[in-house]
Design a protein around this ligand. Structure first.
Ligand code: BGC
Length: 369
């Protein structure tokens, strides 16, 4: 009898080549609007994106043995996204995370935003970019394949001033990296903070808790929050706190420490202040690794912060495509961003965008084994 012993393989040795994007009808919203889904594949990574919310419905990757799994939380049906989604895989705008009391002043003018999170404005309000249908165009360029998503948000939408013209590019590279480039312009001074709200579980969605995933984040400070999860304004040292991920640590290692910051949020739901600061090009800031499958996600960004959210509010009531219920701690989000509530914190890096300027932000997700 013959035994074949297989040497460990680099991730891309079983990578399939680039496939032309496939577009199909995914469903209709309650008001009858049609929503399409694009399936992309390149460098071994498979991505499915909806025109609704720019949602990453699934991102599939092989493990060490070449077995594919969807590594982000999501739903099978459009109806579930429309009625029950806690921003699974969605584009977030106009402002990622919280603006305190849904108010801010700009150039002496007070703006009021609808509140949708305990008296605060969260992720752009109740009808944010995650709940809008985007114009989507596919492209191939060199070894890349991708989608350009466009949306013009009218002046005053969800209370935000200015007509905001947004363009988000999702690129799947020949190496299987998923890159997001955000751009926006305005016709009136406004605030912008765009991000992507993927819930990662590198063992596979539905595989249970991510508490054993190892995480590194290059951040020596974080923004402590009040009971409503709004930053107090302080930039606190992470040394000796549960927020210290400077050397790789299990995601769940410190979540049961009875510290007020964790109790406010039922875990970690905090902005980490990236040591590199805001940069013109994406720089590596975080690595998430799942030891059993070997799947490893590396994140690079131009942004000065990242919201580390340990899936605290998943409560076992939502069911994913694998047929399993999502419970607390079944995913981790790493939302690259400017700091929460920056419009009310002149000491934080500015989120103001003025006519004639272009907002630019980029985040790259690279996958290795
Ligand atoms: C917020 C959490 C919120 C989650 C899903 C995160 O970005 O910080 O507080 O529960 O998004 O809505």
């Amino acid at each position: 009898m013959l035994f074949f012993v297989r040497a460990p393989r680099a991730r891309n040795s079983h990578a399939s080549g680039r496939q032309e994007p496939v577009k199909e009808l995914f469903g209709e919203l309650a008001d009858g609007t049609k929503v399409h889904r694009w399936s992309l594949e390149n460098g071994g990574t498979r991505l499915k994106v909806l025109s609704y919310g720019g949602i990453v419905q699934s991102l599939e990757l092989p493990d060490r043995r070449g077995r594919y799994a969807g590594i982000s939380l999501g739903f099978d049906t459009l109806g579930a996204y429309e009625t029950s989604s806690p921003y699974f895989g969605a584009l977030i705008g106009r402002y990622g995370n919280r603006i305190a009391k849904g108010r801010f002043a700009l150039d002496g003018e007070e703006h009021r935003l609808p509140v949708n999170d305990g008296g605060h404005n969260l992720h752009g309000g109740p009808e944010g970019f995650d709940r809008r249908v985007w114009d989507v165009e596919e492209f191939t360029s060199g070894s890349d394949v991708g989608l350009v998503l466009r949306r013009t948000s009218p002046d005053g939408e969800m209370g935000y001033p200015g007509t905001l013209t947004a363009k988000v590019t999702y690129t799947l590279t020949g190496q299987g990296d998923w890159r997001i480039d955000y751009e926006a312009t305005t016709d009136r001074a406004t605030v912008v903070n765009l991000t992507s709200h993927v819930y990662w579980n590198l063992a596979g969605e539905g595989a249970g808790s991510v508490h054993d995933h190892e995480l590194m984040v290059a951040a020596s400070r974080y923004t402590p929050v009040d009971a409503g999860l709004v930053p107090t304004g302080e930039l606190a040292d992470v040394t000796g706190t549960p927020f210290d991920f400077r050397t790789p640590k299990a995601v769940g290692a410190d979540l049961r420490r009875a510290e007020p910051q964790l109790l406010h949020a039922k875990g970690i739901d905090h902005n980490l202040v990236l040591d590199k600061g805001p940069t013109g090009e994406p720089e590596h800031i975080a690595t998430l690794r799942e030891p059993v499958s070997g799947r490893t996600l590396r994140i690079a960004t131009t942004e000065p912060g990242v919201q580390l959210y340990t899936g605290n509010f998943l409560d076992g009531t939502l069911v994913g495509p694998s047929g399993g219920a999502y419970r607390q701690g079944d995913a981790v989000c790493l939302e690259t961003q400017h700091f929460p509530d920056s419009p009310n914190r002149p000491e934080f890096p500015s989120t103001v965008l003025r006519p004639g300027e272009t907002y630019r932000s980029a985040t790259v997700h690279s996958f290795t084994l």
